[in-house]
Design a protein around this ligand. Structure first.
Ligand code: AMP
Ligand code: GLY
Length: 421
């Protein structure tokens, strides 16, 4: 088979790696990929948000199967677009992708199907929102409705914070804002929960805890994710069943009642308190860096699984995992998530100890004249698999010391709630 993988992050390198292990592969293209994917696939520089360009390339190369990594093209309807040309695509359609594309869509679905989530209200004007906030208890959470790469969320301690959030969102910081979402602040611990669905059947696809904050001890600004470990320390059979019964199944039923179905990965961002799950948000794709921790422990042929999903044949596939824990540390450019320098050389990659249990997935890197340059905020993902997380983290730190990249930084405390700092 000839495959195209859309995206350029650590998640997409992990997807490319997992697919490349399949015996059915003739060729893999990554659009546009990074300096890691170009070792196992061919990178093609294309703007994946320009669907016509993507289609022209797929047609020219006679690609049989497409995997979409990031949310933006999904929310914009790339699956519907390519299906019109009879191209097989793994990922949800435009209607289902509203689960990530519109927080208000998801909140309304939660309300209708009694899915546990934070109480919420939506407002159309600055004045109405502030009038409400003056009477509301703080802390309170304020969100822009549209896709904002995780940045359109404000946790507000007091009225000053919340007024500022309303000004920024209605001021257009995240694009034109028709509505604003005000939410009850949920206490508890977060967990990422994944399923894979073929539109008729679905399977759980692992759990992880993502460390989203930039600083040690989960402090400082939100980022795309500084590291993760899997499985989450919170998961147990009872909680798993509650997540399926109270959150996942009613969501899939809700989509079905709207006349559509869900195909692809669905990522539920949950808050767990006293073994009870609450939905914070949905993402219509794998998590990044959670994907990088999960795919290396998958024993099932990943391509078979994705194809079965698109062909609505998931019920015939057994999903098997290695009996190991997995940990990922993200190496970032100094300054991230704010300003950082680009085009900084990374040397010493050959010094790393990599094997079946120790992986390196690139994120914001490019290769130029056989040199690797950092061009993004999140640059490299170090993954280690082991019977215990402490051992995995030590393996990663050894590799990070070997790399010794002075222009980067990383969190040394990933999984600290399980194994300390
Ligand atoms: P989101 O983009 O909706 O996932 O929000 C980003 C982060 O903000 C989440 O990962 C949580 O840490 C936090 N967050 C969002 N909504 C709430 C809420 N209602 N209560 C507490 N924390 C929240
Ligand atoms: N790990 C957070 C995300 O992928 O959105």
């Amino acid at each position: 088979m000839k495959i195209a993988i859309l995206g350029s992050g650590g998640r997409e390198h992990a997807i490319t790696y997992a697919i490349s292990k399949s015996k059915k592969i003739e060729k893999i293209f990554c659009l546009p990929g990074n300096a890691g994917t170009d070792i196992i696939a061919e990178n093609i520089i294309i703007d994946i948000n320009n669907f016509e360009q993507v289609y022209d390339f797929l047609k020219k190369e006679k690609i049989n199967f497409v995997v979409v990594g990031p949310e933006q093209p999904l929310v914009d309807g790339i699956v519907d677009y390519l299906q019109k040309f009879n191209i097989k695509v793994f990922g949800p359609n435009k209607m289902s992708s509203q689960l990530e594309g519109s927080k208000i869509f998801t909140k309304n679905l939660c309300k209708k199907y009694n899915i546990p989530t934070a109480d919420f209200g939506t407002f159309k004007t600055k004045e109405d929102t502030i009038k409400f906030l003056k009477k509301a208890n703080h802390p309170i959470v304020i969100k822009a409705d549209n896709l904002a790469s995780g940045k359109g969320v404000y946790i507000c301690k007091n009225l000053d914070d919340s007024t500022n959030a309303v000004e920024e969102i209605f001021g257009g910081k995240f694009g034109y804002a028709e509505d604003i979402l005000v939410e009850e602040f949920l206490e508890g611990e977060e967990m990422s929960y994944f399923i894979i669905s073929d539109g008729k059947n679905f399977r759980s696809f692992g759990t992880a805890q993502d460390h989203k904050r930039v600083g040690e001890g989960d402090t400082g600004k939100n980022t795309g994710g500084m590291g993760a470990y899997s499985p989450s320390r919170l998961i147990n059979n009872e909680l798993n069943q509650k997540i399926l019964d109270k959150i996942i199944k009613p969501t899939l039923k809700g989509l079905s009642d709207l006349g559509t179905d869900y195909k692809g990965f669905l990522y539920a961002g949950l808050m767990v308190k006293n073994n009870e799950p609450y939905l914070i948000e949905y993402n219509v794709r794998m998590g990044d860096p959670e994907c990088q921790t999960l795919l290396p422990i998958l024993n099932t042929d990943f391509l078979d699984l994705l194809v079965a999903c698109v062909e609505q044949n998931l019920k015939n596939i057994k999903i098997e995992w290695a009996n190991k824990k997995s940990l990922c540390v993200v190496l970032c450019s100094k300054g991230y998530p704010d300003k950082y320098e680009k085009r900084i050389k990374i040397k010493n990659l050959n010094a790393l100890k990599l094997d079946n249990n120790n992986h390196l997935f690139h994120a914001g890197t490019v290769r130029e004249d056989n040199e690797i340059l950092a061009v993004g905020g999140r640059v490299l993902n170090f993954i280690s698999l082991s019977e215990n997380l402490l051992n995995a983290r030590e393996n990663i730190h050894n590799n990070l010391n070997k790399l010794n990249w002075a222009e980067g930084f990383y969190r040394k405390d990933i999984a600290f709630k399980v194994i300390g700092k």
